[in-house]
Design a protein around this ligand. Structure first.
Ligand code: NAP
Length: 278
């Protein structure tokens, strides 16, 4: 008998804080589907067994989150070209023949969140400045390049990681010394914080915005809190802003479609429900 109950979840360590179950189970209810999305706390030394166990358990796939996004790639049978460029996966889809396909939807989620908040915004209107050079930065840089960005400045505390971006992603990328971060904002059309600075429990991002044009879009990948000190400072001087919640919600859409067969809409009720938990 065909199993019509679809199971998916998120693997991370720790993972209890994840809002992904809220998002996917909301859509399961909304579209009256038969299935469930759960939390899979998987310690690093169990990652291989957990991923290989997906097909044996009849699970449709999973999201992959911190700290597994890079390591998980080696256990997939096929990696989407965009995820290869990013160098990490955040989604696994088990194929009908049992093969494990890896994707990274973080950059897609990021671009969709910008378009949702500011439909007129275009990537080719001016330089982008990215603070941070970790996994989120890689996904966002790939998405911005694909959307038409021709100049991206990477500012990172550890300069060598910003230099790696320039080497990996080509001439549109330049790396900026941490000490020069304030001046690097001159003429920018968009500023993106991809560090953990400003996250609940962390100090604010140490960045003075005085050189940033007043019409530059300021976005933060962080969604706890929804308004980081960076976004608050940007709003006060009149810059348009976007927080990280839209990125989280929108990255979930293609994965949901792959597992449950429906491309879900993002509605205000979903934002309200998640916001209530933050
Ligand atoms: P990651 O790979 O660990 O990168 C962290 C970055 O933060 C690195 O560039 C690191 O710089 C920088 N950093 C850490 N402490 C710093 C400090 N004290 N001062 C300056 N820079 C510092 O992490 P990630 O996966 O890219 O995630 C980064 C952020 O994005 C997190 O807040 C995460 O929650 C968020 N995120 C959001 C979404 C979403 O859906 N909204 C998705 C993914 C990630 P060094 O290289 O110098 O260490």
């Amino acid at each position: 008998m065909k199993n019509t109950f679809t199971l998916a979840g998120v693997m991370g360590w720790p993972v209890a804080h994840s809002r992904s179950p809220l998002i996917h189970n909301y859509w399961i209810d909304k579209y009256k589907l038969s299935g469930a999305y759960g939390l899979f706390p998987v310690a690093p030394d169990q990652l291989r067994a957990a991923i290989c166990g997906l097909r044996a358990l009849g699970i449709s796939g999973c999201n992959i989150t911190i700290p597994h996004k890079v390591t998980a790639m080696q256990y997939a049978d096929w990696i989407d070209p965009c995820a290869k460029r990013i160098g990490a996966i955040n989604t696994i889809v088990v194929q009908p023949d049992g093969a494990l396909h890896g994707y990274n939807n973080d950059g897609f989620g990021y671009m969709q969140s910008l378009i949702e908040a500011h439909p007129q915004w275009r990537a080719d209107t001016g330089p982008a400045v990215i603070v941070g050079a970790g996994g989120a930065a890689r996904a966002i840089v790939v998405a911005l390049l694909d959307a038409g960005s021709t100049e991206i400045r990477i500012i990172n505390r550890t300069r060598s990681k910003a230099d790696e971006f320039a080497h990996k992603f080509g001439p549109a990328i330049s790396s900026v010394d941490w000490e020069d971060r304030q001046e690097a904002l001159a003429g920018a059309a968009i500023l993106v914080n991809t560090t953990n600075q400003g996250m609940h429990g962390q100090p604010a991002l140490d960045l003075d915005l005085k050189c940033l044009p007043k019409d530059a879009l300021v976005s933060d990948a962080i969604y706890i809190p929804l308004e980081t000190p960076l976004l608050k400072a940007a709003k006060l001087r009149g810059n348009p802003t976007v927080n990280g919640l839209g990125m989280l919600i929108h990255q979930a859409r293609p994965a949901f479609q792959a597992w449950f067969g429906v491309l879900p809409d993002v509605d205000t009720n979903l934002y309200t429900r998640i916001t209530a938990t933050i």
